[in-house]
Write a protein that binds this ligand. Structure first.
Ligand code: NZQ
Ligand code: ZN
Length: 391
């Protein structure tokens, strides 16, 4: 087991009706002036906006209404939001939504305490030194942004989507009411199931020696995500299934499932090129295509790990004579499951052709300036091969 630090300071407020307490929660920290940040209108449609603003008013919290975060949230809106926070003396940014609204809020919070563009942070040219606190009301179980240290922003002008980590990105509190996810449609629910699974699997398949306790936690998170996912897809109002997905979303990306392991998210890096280039590609749908192709490409470089995955997650019996067959069976079971919950597993299903494979691979490796580490290090050529496998 490698040395590690585990720091997850976000206060989790979980369960039915909890979002209606947001005003008093914010008041308990002594804040009076906040920015209310959200996406493209789902919270107005399902009544959450009304309930949240009523709670803020009841608690005497003054809020600046600033919506419009798009899926794959954009830098331009972040910069506008940051300026508004400065102009109005905002003390906390409250995100109501999924990963896009939350990441946008995180960047606004950092930008509010910085004189330049937050893209300086996304490119890692600068490191944030301060940020406004961020509160979250989660409406979609997927990104894990409600407990994670990262934010992913798209620079439309450059066609680049970049994420970076900062401890300033850990929300102060996250209010997670599974009932708010009842209105998430089948496609977005599927995207969430894939993304949650992938946050754990990327850590599980990182280049580190076995870590039995962390591995067992990871296998359990993925098994329960698969099971709850099936139930939530079948019955969107199954509270317990939605609750398991919501809790898994947070545990999968707050670093718990990576303790003692290297964390490098190769599939995520490749996927960010995909949804950076093709804005219509949802993050979870991109991962659902990339992971099976990546796994088929690399599994021969660590067959025992893939055998363990097949056996512990999918209950596939281990073949002593032909472990490679077991390893591959686990990958195919994952691919079948993604398809079963309505996710694409080929680029053609995303309407992505092969015209930009090389361009995306070059962006991912910064024109050969970096290699994605792993049992099989990935350079431009290997990433193109993975795209080819995913066609
Ligand atoms: O825009 P609104 O109105 O909010 O609608 C959204 C959006 O259209 C809708 N939605 C959200 N909650 C809903 C709902 N519809 C009905 N009922 C509800 N309760 O769902 C659509 C997708 O929302 P979005 O926030 O984009 O999805 P998700 O949570 O999957 O977030 C994706 C973004 O997170 C980033 C991704 O790259 C992507 O940009 N990620 C962030 C991470 C992090 N910060 O730690 C890690 C992840 O790996 C990921 O990269
Ligand atoms: Zn993700």
């Amino acid at each position: 087991m490698l040395n590690f630090e585990f720091f997850t300071p976000t206060k989790m407020i979980f369960g039915k009706d909890t979002h209606k307490r947001v005003g008093e929660v914010i008041k308990s920290y002594g804040f009076h002036k906040i920015m209310l940040h959200y996406g493209g209108g789902s919270i107005q449609k399902n009544g959450v906006y009304e309930q949240v603003t009523a709670s803020l008013k009841d608690a005497g919290i003054d809020y600046l209404d600033f919506g419009g975060a798009e899926p794959n949230p954009k830098l331009e809106l972040v910069e506008k939001g940051a300026q508004l926070c400065k102009d109005h003396g905002v003390e906390l940014v409250l995100a109501v939504g999924g990963g896009s609204a939350i990441d946008s809020a995180k960047e606004i919070a950092v930008g509010a305490c910085y004189d330049g563009s937050t893209w300086d942070f996304s490119t890692k040219a600068k490191t944030p030194r301060a940020a406004l606190p961020v509160g979250v009301i989660l409406t979609l179980s997927a990104s894990g942004s409600e407990m994670s240290a990262s934010a992913v922003i798209t620079n439309e002008k450059l066609g680049l989507k970049r994420g970076y980590n900062s401890e300033f990105h850990r929300p102060l509190f996250s209010i997670c009411n599974p009932e708010l996810t009842f209105t998430v449609n089948k496609f977005q629910t599927g995207c969430g199931i894939v993304d949650i699974s992938m946050h754990t699997l990327e850590r599980y398949f990182s280049k580190s020696p076995d870590t039995p306790l962390t591995d067992a936690i990871a296998e359990s998170v993925v098994r329960q995500t698969i099971a709850a996912g099936r139930r939530a897809i079948k019955n969107p109002e199954d509270y317990d299934a939605r609750a398991d997905l919501m809790w898994a979303s947070s545990l999968s990306h707050n670093d718990l499932t990576g303790c003692g392991r290297e964390t490098f998210m190769a599939c995520h890096q490749i996927e960010h090129e995909l949804s950076g280039k093709y804005d219509f590609v949802a993050h979870g749908a991109g991962l659902s295509v990339i992971f099976p192709a990546w796994a088929k490409y690399v599994y021969k470089h660590n067959v025992p790990r893939f055998v363990q995955f097949a056996n512990k997650v999918w209950d596939i019996p281990v073949s002593q004579e032909n472990p490679e067959e077991t390893a591959l069976a686990g990958i195919l079971a994952t691919e079948r499951y993604f398809a079963e919950i309505g996710m694409p597993v080929r680029l053609s299903q995303l309407n992505v052709g092969d015209e930009a494979f090389y361009e995306m691979a070059e962006k991912c490796t910064e024109s050969g300036g970096r290699t994605l580490p792993g049992w099989l290090p990935l350079n431009t050529k290997e990433i193109v091969d993975i795209f080819e496998l995913a066609k």
